[in-house]
Design a protein around this ligand. Sequence first.
Ligand code: GLC
Length: 432
Amino acid sequence: MLKTLKTPGDTSWFIHDRFGMFIHWGLYSQPARHEWVRHNEEIPTDVYDAKYFKRFDPDLYDPNAWAAAASDAGMKYFVITTKHHEGFCLWDTKYTDYNATNTAAGRDLLKPMVKAFRERGMHAGFYYSLLDWHHPHYVIDPHIGPYRNAKNRAELNKGRDQKKYAEYMYNQTRELLTKYGKIDILWYDFSYPKPDGLGKGKADWQSEKLYKLIRKLQPNIILDDRLDLPGGWDVKTPEQYQPREWMRVNGQPVVWEGCQTLSGSWGYHRDESTWKSVDQLVQMLIDTVSKGGNLLLNVGPTGRGELDYRALKCLSGMGEWMKRHARSIYGCTQAPAEFVPPTDHRFTYNPKTKRLYVHSFAWPFKYLHLDGLGDKVEYAQLLNDASEIPLKPTDWTFEHMSHQNAGKNTLTLTLPTVKPNVTVPVIELFMK
Ligand code: GLC
């Protein structure tokens, strides 16, 4: 099995739990057409605030319902956007008035969320945007932000001091890491250093200073890789794609977590219609774990504070599968290299229990041939109903029924003709 780079963050629970909920919630849930709406439509601050800050009223917000939906789906941790690029803060921060307490919500929205998820035994993570389209000292650059096409950038930047913004982030990070108990993940987003020098990276965020503060306040917190600090992170975060194999940095396998949307947008998007099916989502989770990674799957609650009905449908579909198959996810990782899965199948492996899980994305025609496993398996069963799968084919008496398996130490499983009534069937192999 692959050994990953040792970093200060405590990833032991993380690589066991494998599956978390990402939550993107902010003022952008009201325009309901992507969390980048302010950038995409170049909406000026006063217009944005008059429409959305003034009207933010999540009267149906019930973090217990969110936590229940996550936990029923089999998720074990959550990461919430405490502040996204728009700059709005969900918590009672003393460093800006641009926060939930000054909306109709009238209270810190983060605190009850952390409590609700913790009560269900889930780990808590904070996302924090490095970009900030609202802060008066964030230096406006041509790459990203509501004013990227502005001709008068110099004028707009008059009096802006990026150092003051970095100090603001420093102070807010201290708040987030001291007011809410032990936080398990800190998820900064994102750096974009550019060759023209007009992007932003570690010097603009004062990443090194931040890093020291983080490690002082929460030494074992898991820190993501978007602070532009080579070597100063615990988890690599590929976004919206499936890596083709276990992620490596400088040739060395690393702890990684893919973040994915249900429908293409992170923030609530009413009219987005490219929702992934439960089949795709379950396969995505399996594929991720088969490559040694975690899946952070996103929901974008509505402006009234509820999870969208389509998101709930996806989550309950995943929960239905997880109820019977979590054993092939929790505590599992990539299988030892000598075991190669057949076409359309994925392996995961639990090194503690020594069980190998065969996930079938396309149900085979009666036989499943597993090369190299001929003498290694003690017992096999379908995971969904614990029904035995015979290890030796029963009807191989005649030449015209043979399988050309000679010399490959093949294990041939005899499967039921009818695909088990689950999204992705799993065969559990008890290794010798
Ligand atoms: C991106 C986007 C953002 C989203 C994030 C999640 O960097 O800017 O909207 O929050 O990815 O990974």
